[in-house]
Design a protein. Structure first.
Length: 274
């Protein structure tokens, strides 16, 4: 499995990619290519072209959740590439609902009808196996007492706006020979909840890596950060690649619990079969 970060808030000096406050990555496996999250502008696809990646070969698009920094790049993708017929568009049903923060629209711009006309649309709250190695987790079980207790904006449901607890926030898990690789967008559902749910779905415990946003942007060791660090320390995770919505303070805090590696737009991470 080869994963290339197409866009992130951060850019490593070693490549020519550019960054923006959003996330998108491209996952290549034998006979399957998955685009996970879509960024916010055309930037992920400009970076892909610089890196020689042909996104027209994509078999499946999976969206972590319905926020603008993970969905608004879809129109740019469709302008730049002819996506092959039968390409799957996978998301939690709530990812396609209207979302607001204050008066601002922060949800996906594209309608269900628009997506159904162009893709094989799969809306799933249950785990959905994209192939025999990679699963879209669907709705993450919220099992601890400290993560995701506050709403973020509003979501339209049954013709009215209600507090949005981001039940659509999901992740991918790659079932590697020497451990799971968990790939997140923002982890609004809680990174610890995501890890526990991944272990229950795959019925495995060893975690090779976690790649993506951890939704940790506070500047102090508050209760959530402390409990997250305590939890991560007990998991024996080989490598963390926190990016997107994870600030430096929290990357340093996480480094006290596990090995934290640098990642950004243009980064390439590869896992070979044993």
């Amino acid at each position: 499995m080869k994963l290339t970060v197409l866009v992130d808030n951060y850019v490593q000096n070693k490549n020519e990619a550019r960054g923006e406050p959003s996330f998108s990555c491209y996952i290549e496996q034998p006979n399957c290519r998955i685009l996970f999250d879509l960024g916010m502008t055309s930037l992920p696809y400009e970076n892909a072209q610089k890196m020689g990646i042909d996104l027209s070969r994509t078999n499946a698009i999976a969206v972590s959740h319905g926020h603008l920094d993970h969905t608004w790049g879809l129109d740019s993708l469709l302008k730049k590439y002819s996506i092959q017929a039968g390409t799957k568009f996978i998301c939690h049903p709530d990812a396609l609902k209207e979302k607001k923060y204050g008066k601002e629209n922060i949800g996906i711009k594209n309608s269900v009808t628009f997506l159904m006309e162009r893709f094989q649309l799969i809306q799933s709250k249950e785990p959905y196996w994209i192939n025999n190695r990679t699963v879209f987790l669907g709705q993450i079980a919220r099992t601890n007492t400290f993560e995701n207790k506050e709403p973020l904006g509003k979501q339209k449901s049954n013709y009215k706006y209600e507090n949005d607890y981001l039940l659509d926030d999901s992740a991918l898990v790659y079932d590697g020979d020497d451990g799971m690789v968990i790939i997140t967008g923002c982890s609004h559902s809680g990174i610890c909840n995501i890890i526990e749910y991944s272990k229950s779905v795959l019925r495995k415990k060893r975690i090779k890596a976690i790649i993506g946003g951890f939704q940790r942007q506070n500047e102090d060791m508050n209760n959530i950060t402390k409990k997250t660090v305590e939890y991560i320390r007990k998991q024996n995770i080989v490598t963390l690649y926190p990016c997107h919505c994870t600030n430096l303070f929290n990357k340093i805090a996480l480094s006290r619990a596990a090995n934290v590696a640098e990642i950004g737009a243009g980064s390439l991470i590869e896992y070979r079969k044993i």
